[in-house]
Design a protein around this ligand. Structure first.
Ligand code: NAD
Length: 413
């Protein structure tokens, strides 16, 4: 028995779970294909992911493949309480509710770990980091883990570089069928959704500043552009900056962008991207938010603690009256806006990401002894299999190379 906000929401959660499941054919087809062989039989799985309707399909799928699952959220504000109640009712040891304090968030991760997981699946690596940083978890016998997002992979690679990584981890984020779809198309759409729900203002005609032109930033820029916004991009990487320029966006430093933007969206995974000196230059009414993993990209501390006044004007939208007399608006306290102010990625996108997760967990279960204590990418055969499954699920047919083409591709003369 775990801890959720309101167990009576389970029925509503079941309806949301079924809706998501019906749109996650890639994942359900994978579960159905593997059900007979029970590849996760008897394995204790620890899940630290955003507790959304899509995650419930992954968790129930892992359970169908034989796993015993414990779970907690990967962010204090992203849990869907009906889904947590549904999972609780279905025998998952779940510790998650929306609107946690930092202490409660930490407590939930520790409760999940108290079930002694053998495989750990994380999003952002708060959980992996706890297992490595706290001596009370040093006795856990972990076969290996998986990691969902860019920021988490960076943290794990830092651990591996310092030779402190205790078990093999598959960087699910690095699968092409993950970052290409999830980070780009998923975040692209759900970011716009989160901004709509919190501010309900028009994107058309607005000047939208996107910080970071990586997989997430490209998706966000393209969707904002499609909504009729004029898109500006800030970057630190010359190649990415060049790509943004050639894609038709205006590239400029944040110090300049701050003066002209109506809407700001950070997607860098870095800290201190929109700082006090930028905020003080912003126009009256500017809206700021972040879709990078952690709430470190926009200086939310300055906005929420050093403004003349702060007033919540809509769900997930704070009006900050600055000491210079201007009002600027902050979405979701600077936390991952597409999950805090909306529901995260659509199910079709998560079906792909979570098929990568599920097949990676199975890969760890089978191969953990021979991988070694390092971060590896998703094996190519899994990436390819998921692309095939995705095309089948969407009923898209492709050509196959002819024997002559295969021969031609191998020739050199
Ligand atoms: N919101 C979501 O649902 C979601 C989904 C996937 C990933 N993420 C997170 O989003 C972040 C970005 O992920 P990604 O896959 O696009 O990473 P990425 O590495 O592909 O791109 C990040 C980009 O930001 C740029 N950058 C770094 N510092 C910068 C700065 N100070 N100013 C401007 N640009 C800067 C980098 O040069 C890079 O091009 C990560 O934190 C990741 O974990 C969020």
């Amino acid at each position: 028995m775990g801890k959720v906000k309101d167990p009576s929401l389970a029925e509503q959660g079941k309806t949301s779970y079924e809706w998501a499941k019906n749109h996650m054919k890639i994942l359900t087809n994978t579960v159905n294909r593997l059900k007979r062989s029970q590849p996760l039989r008897g394995i204790r799985l620890g899940i630290c992911l955003h507790i959304t309707k899509e995650t419930s399909v992954l968790i129930m799928g892992a359970k169908e493949l034989g796993a015993e699952v414990s779970a907690c959220g990967a962010n204090p504000l992203s849990t869907q309480d009906d889904i947590a109640a549904f999972l609780d009712e279905n025998g998952i040891n779940i510790y998650a509710w929306q609107g946690q304090t930092t202490e409660e968030y930490d407590w939930c991760i520790e409760q999940m770990l108290s079930h002694k997981p053998q495989i750990l699946t994380d999003d952002g690596s708060d959980c992996h980091s706890k297992v490595h940083g706290k001596s009370k978890f040093s006795s856990l016998k972990i076969m290996g883990g998986t990691e969902e997002t860019t920021t988490g992979v960076i943290r794990l690679k830092a651990l591996a570089n310092q030779k402190k990584l205790r078990y093999p981890v598959i960087a699910v984020n690095d699968a092409y069928t993950k970052h290409m779809f999830d980070n780009r198309y998923g975040t692209g759409q759900s970011t716009i959704d989160g901004y709509f729900r919190s501010m309900n203002l028009l994107f058309a005609g607005k000047r939208v500043v996107v910080a970071g032109y990586g997989w997430v930033g490209r998706g966000v820029a393209s969707r904002a552009n499609g909504m009729g916004s004029k898109v500006f991009v800030t970057e630190v990487d010359p190649v990415r900056a060049l790509e943004a320029h050639m894609d038709g966006y205006e590239v400029l430093p944040m110090a300049e962008a701050a003066k002209i933007g109506d809407i700001f969206i950070t997607a860098t995974g870095q800290t201190g991207v929109i700082r006090k000196e930028h905020i003080l230059k912003m126009k009256e009414g500017a809206v700021l938010g972040n879709v990078g993993h952690f709430d470190v990209e926009v200086d939310a501390h300055f906005l929420l603690n050093e403004s003349k006044s702060v007033k919540q004007v809509r769900p997930n939208l704070d009006e900050c009256l600055l000491k210079n007399g201007k009002r600027v608006y902050l979405i979701g306290k600077g936390r991952i806006a597409n999950l805090v102010a909306a529901e995260g990625h659509p199910p079709e996108v998560m079906a792909q990401s979570f098929s990568n997760q599920l097949l990676s967990m199975i890969y760890i279960a089978k191969n953990h002894k021979k991988i070694g204590k390092k971060v590896i990418t998703v094996p190519q055969e899994i990436d390819t299999q998921i692309a095939v499954d995705a095309l089948n699920a969407m009923d898209v047919k492709t050509d196959k190379p002819t024997p002559a083409q295969i021969k031609y591709a191998k020739s050199w003369g």
